[in-house]
Write a protein that binds this ligand. Structure first.
Ligand SMILES: [Mg+2]
Length: 308
């Protein structure tokens, strides 16, 4: 495991941040409107959705930072600490926070334990609004820290999801995603397919069904992945894996994902983590990396998590 693994780890965190920041200004817009207004979004744009300067990250990277900082400090998964960092972040008044995340963290603020809050919030939520992508978007740091322990990586990914997103589709999307990232980091051939061989039978049907077209595309078969990216965890998972694993370059992967419209910051972030793991940090456009204020800390944390 040489410098390549380090570059892939930095690529995961920087790719996540780049995709998040690239997608932020056009969040909630449909693909036609993005195309009409901006053409192809290849530059960090200022203003737009949430009205922020160019290169501004959102909750996706902020929450991944909470996880990475906790892992770096404790050298292990401390769910109570991760939950406490999420609550502190929520209390800082972020301009972007998911509904389920906000409600579950409010429960923790009100005294519920980290492992009850997400479950109770899930029980109180309706089908259709109970399986968002709010835990998938932040989970990548675990893949770096637990890349050599697949069983533990699955368990931790699921538990961390459940702090705010207890739905099994969310838990297993995080587990599948992180196992794929870990395989990319450690140069496993067929990084997605080997995960399906191993845990495919445990996945909820909705998760397995969206991943199937991605593996078909990787075999060279024509597929349709034009699902609406409304924030449902499985469509985000599909979009991220598809563009991240099939594009020719890291830049194309992230731009193609953002151009699909909808929840563009999160599909950009999830795609960016995959593309960064696959191509390494140096393959992310330098003009993007320099636009991210948090880039140095993300690089430092990637090294810390590799060496834990
Ligand atoms: Mg966001």
């Amino acid at each position: 495991m040489g410098s390549d693994c380090h570059s892939r780890a930095r690529g995961i965190l920087l790719g996540l941040a780049c995709g998040d920041a690239l997608g932020r200004p056009v969040e909630f817009q449909g693909p036609e409107r993005i195309e009409r207004t901006h053409g192809r979004v290849t530059e960090m744009l200022a203003h737009g959705t949430h009205g922020q300067p160019a290169g501004t990250i959102t909750d996706d990277t902020e929450m991944a930072l909470c996880i990475a900082r906790s892992l770096a400090e404790y050298d292990t998964f401390e769910p109570e600490d991760v939950a406490a960092r999420f609550v502190d972040w929520k209390q800082s008044g972020p301009f972007d926070i998911g509904i389920m995340t906000s409600s579950a963290l409010q429960r923790i603020q009100n005294g519920e334990s980290w492992d009850e809050a997400g479950q109770r919030e899930w029980e109180a939520s309706m089908e259709g609004s109970n399986a968002g992508n709010g835990s998938l978007m932040r989970c990548a740091p675990y893949a770096i820290a637990y890349r050599n322990d697949p069983a533990e990586l699955v368990e931790i990914s699921r538990q961390s999801s459940a702090i705010t997103h207890a739905d099994l589709r969310c838990q297993w999307s995080c587990a599948l995603f992180n196992r794929t990232l870990a395989n990319l980091m450690t140069d496993v051939e067929r990084p997605l397919e080997t995960v399906l061989d191993d845990i495919g039978s445990k996945l909820p049907d909705d998760v397995r069904n969206v991943v199937e077209p991605v593996t078909a595309a990787r075999r060279g078969e024509p597929v349709d992945i034009s699902l609406e990216n409304s924030g449902y965890v499985v469509t985000t998972l599909q979009t991220g894996l598809y563009h991240g694993l099939t594009a020719e370059t890291a830049e194309d992967a992230i731009v193609d994902a953002v151009m699909m419209g909808g929840d563009t910051d999160t599909i950009g972030a999830v795609t960016g983590a995959v593309a960064g793991a696959r191509f390494g940090a140096g393959a992310l456009p330098e003009r993007w990396r320099t636009a991210i204020d948090e880039a140095d800390e993300l690089r430092r944390l990637a090294t810390d998590l590799i060496e834990r």
